[in-house]
Design a protein around this ligand. Sequence first.
Ligand SMILES: Nc1ncnc2c1ncn2[C@@H]1O[C@H](COP(=O)(O)OP(=O)(O)O)[C@@H](O)[C@H]1O
Ligand SMILES: [Mg+2]
Length: 251
Amino acid sequence: MVGGKAMRFGGLNMEDGYVKTYIEGFDDKLHGGIPVGSVVLLVGQPGTMKSSVAFNVLFNSALEKGIKGLYVTLEQSSKSLAKHMTSMGMDPEQVRDKIEIIDIGLIRKKLTQLQEQSWMQVFKMYAKNLKETSDYQLLVIDSLPVLNVLAKFHNPREELFHLFEWLRDLNVTTIMITEMTPDTAKFAEYGEDFLADGLIYLRMAEIGDTNIQRQIRCVKMRSVNHNGDYHSLLFDHGQFKATKAISNTRG
Ligand SMILES: Nc1ncnc2c1ncn2[C@@H]1O[C@H](COP(=O)(O)OP(=O)(O)O)[C@@H](O)[C@H]1O
Ligand SMILES: [Mg+2]
């Protein structure tokens, strides 16, 4: 639990203070899930299922507990995201009254209506207004590198520090997706791994000479005595599962 904030989420069955990832075999490695109120980075190369894993949290929280969520998709349109999630058995229509998806087109429209405002101000205004009207508990930002480009951060370290603080004050649990390039072993470019309360890493690992396996690892989770091992990540019949990774892994 972060700063006793779980109290405010009491009515929504988050009284245990954790947001489940709904990855079978992974929540128990986190001793329940992501502490309510955290800002958690979800890091990986393209195609490692970052968007799917993040949407899976929102979708199942909405289905199982009626928890509301906001998904801000900046890399792909909301239509394209909905299509992908439907193909994975998570049709956003099923939880239409619980999950709001906003994309860059919608933010651009607001931006032209509010000409004197910066991109970041419009984003914050939208997120805050919606928090007041719908009281969503979960927020996904997909992705931080695109947000950086759109908001034209002049001093990324400082602006990210303020953004993370702003998100904590919003009283939501945030999953912030960030992308790693294949040529770097670094999780973050501007120290956001230090700023974040948690970091979950997704990768495609080479097994032997011919096989590739999706893997997941909790690198960091403040106030949780988590298991930091690699687990293989499977998606089967609409359900994510994590099992102990095979040991002869490279990559
Ligand atoms: N129905 C499906 N079942 C399993 N995997 C799928 C399915 N549909 C797409 N994928 C995989 O999901 C990947 C894309 O997932 P996505 O969450 O968009 O990744 P990321 O956000 O990390 O780029 C694709 O590379 C594809 O291999
Ligand atoms: Mg994605």
